[in-house]
Design a protein around this ligand. Structure first.
Ligand code: 5GP
Ligand code: SF4
Ligand code: MG
Length: 465
């Protein structure tokens, strides 16, 4: 998901709408915005679909006045998967003795089922099926004297991955979980401030990137500026390495590094680790593009747009049902026939999950008359599901969970298939020594199976780590 918040500017919600539009790649199912104005109190709008279709008209933006606003774009990783109900669309709102608060959450709470059971037993009335709603109920039960105090107390009970943007009548609040799994950055806009999942959204509203919120940090922003706390037990950080590979936009800065450059580095590492003689390097657009450029630069094999993407389709993976996903590939990607005919082609993509994309693309490329097809993948085999906010399917559906690299190659019927090594990926993100075995610098559980936070709900349901 994508989260964004603004305080201290007129019509804050219009900036939030623009910010969410720039974060649309993080969630396309639905979006919501909350604002507060002294005259109207809290206002809220939640809609299915794209930000550009819902939050651009004057009619709706007029209903969201005031100098404080937060918003969320949703990609369902928990809750009613497939058919998101409007009640699962964030931000969530709660009234407390000291006033109202709205929260928007990116990530996944790994002990949400246990928390929900306990809260319901003690009288909480849940409105949604979302894991994030637990935070509101935990806040309601807290005896803390201010909303930030209550949030701190609530979040200390929550396990898993969370970046949170929240607001009260007068404050904008940002928090990252102790491991810092999901991103969150601080920006300055005029006399006000912004919080965003990614820096690309600061750019489009003309905000200046100040810094990342640190893992385990809570910032409380009001008219007096930014106050920082560290409410959790300090731990070594474990940022999601897949943000670098796929999830974040290439024009964002993560951990002081350009995502684009990192992806180009991944392509270079791939070319060093797994060279092959061929005529063309083609990306599977758009997610494979920077890595394909890197592969081409490193290998000297010409880069070409052998597959053309229809710009009006969203990210296929994010459409939740299998049927839509299957159609999606063909609706979204088409082979540039004239270019491909009689060529030996290297195809670069960011990941292989179920193998749907790769299989379809290989068929299309062979149909177009390619002589050879070589896949190069910018991440290690995805053999484990993510429980921290990226919607990978159950383990059984992951190609790499049951097949070796050679078995996957045979299954996809391609001439070669190579994934970047885990160490190669770490080198590409700037860890020159590769991955530290004792304490990996990132979360890489979907590749390594080493989960930095025990996924308690899943283990309870029988998941074997
Ligand atoms: P597959 O078709 O193998 O199931 O999925 C791989 C494709 O899904 C890649 O082209 C990748 O760009 C895309 N993708 C979109 N979202 C995700 C995600 O959340 N995780 C992963 N691993 N791949 C994703
Ligand atoms: Fe990111 Fe993978 Fe860890 Fe999920 S399991 S947080 S996708 S690295
Ligand atoms: Mg892709």
């Amino acid at each position: 998901c994508g989260i964004f918040g603004v305080i201290g500017v007129q019509d804050a919600s219009t900036f939030v709408a623009l910010g969410l539009h720039a974060l649309q790649h993080r969630g396309q199912e639905a979006g919501g915005i909350v604002s507060h104005a002294p005259e109207t109190g809290f206002n809220q709008a939640r809609r299915f679909g794209y930000v550009r279709d819902n939050f651009t008209s004057q009619k709706i933006m007029e209903t969201l006045p005031g100098p404080i606003s937060i918003g969320h774009v949703r990609y369902s990783t928990s809750g009613s998967k497939g058919q998101t109900a409007i009640r699962d669309v964030q931000p969530f709102f709660g009234e407390f003795s000291m006033g109202g608060a709205a929260i928007a959450h990116n990530g996944n709470i790994t002990n949400a089922n246990a928390l929900r059971r306990e809260l319901i037993e003690r009288g909480s009335i849940f409105q949604s099926s979302s894991d994030s709603e637990c935070i509101i109920h935990l806040m309601a039960r807290s005896m803390g004297r201010s909303i930030p105090d209550r949030m701190e107390e609530a979040l200390r009970k929550v396990e898993g991955a969370f970046s949170v943007v929240a607001m009260t009548r007068t404050k904008l609040i940002g928090v990252r979980d102790p491991l810092g799994v999901r991103p969150l950055v601080l920006g300055k806009i005029g006399d006000g401030w912004a919080l965003s999942s990614e820096t690309c959204a600061l750019d489009i509203i003309g905000a200046e990137f100040v810094r990342e919120i640190r893992p385990g940090e809570m910032v409380v922003i009001n008219g007096n500026g930014v106050q920082s706390h560290f409410p959790f037990r300090p731990q070594p950080s474990r940022f999601c390495i897949f943000e670098h590979v796929y999830f974040s936009r290439p024009d964002s800065i993560l951990g002081g590094r350009s995502v684009y450059e990192t992806r180009e580095n991944i392509g270079r590492e791939l070319a060093k680790e797994s060279p092959v003689d061929a005529d063309l390097v083609c990306p599977v657009p758009d997610s494979g593009t920077p890595a394909a450029i890197g592969y081409s630069l490193q290998s000297g094999i010409p880069y070409a747009m052998g597959i053309i993407r229809n710009q009006y389709m969203g990210r296929t993976f994010i459409e939740p049902t299998e049927q839509i996903r299957n159609m999606g590939v063909r609706l979204k990607l088409n082979v540039n026939r004239a270019l491909i005919k009689d060529k030996r082609v290297i195809l670069v993509d960011d990941s292989v999950v179920r193998g749907t994309t790769s299989r379809k693309i290989k068929e299309m490329i062979l149909d177009a008359g390619a002589k050879e097809v070589h896949f190069r993948i910018a991440s290690p085999p995805t053999a484990w599901p993510c429980f921290y906010g990226v919607d990978t399917p159950q383990r059984e559906k992951l190609l790499a969970a049951t097949m070796s690299e050679e078995e996957m190659r045979a299954h996809l019927e391609v001439d070669s298939l190579k994934f970047i090594s885990l160490d190669g990926l770490y080198r590409a993100v700037g860890e020159t020594q590769g991955r530290s075995k004792d304490c990996p610098q990132y979360c890489d559980a979907c590749f390594s199976g080493e989960y930095p936070v025990k996924p308690a709900d899943m283990v309870e349901q029988g998941f074997v780590m």
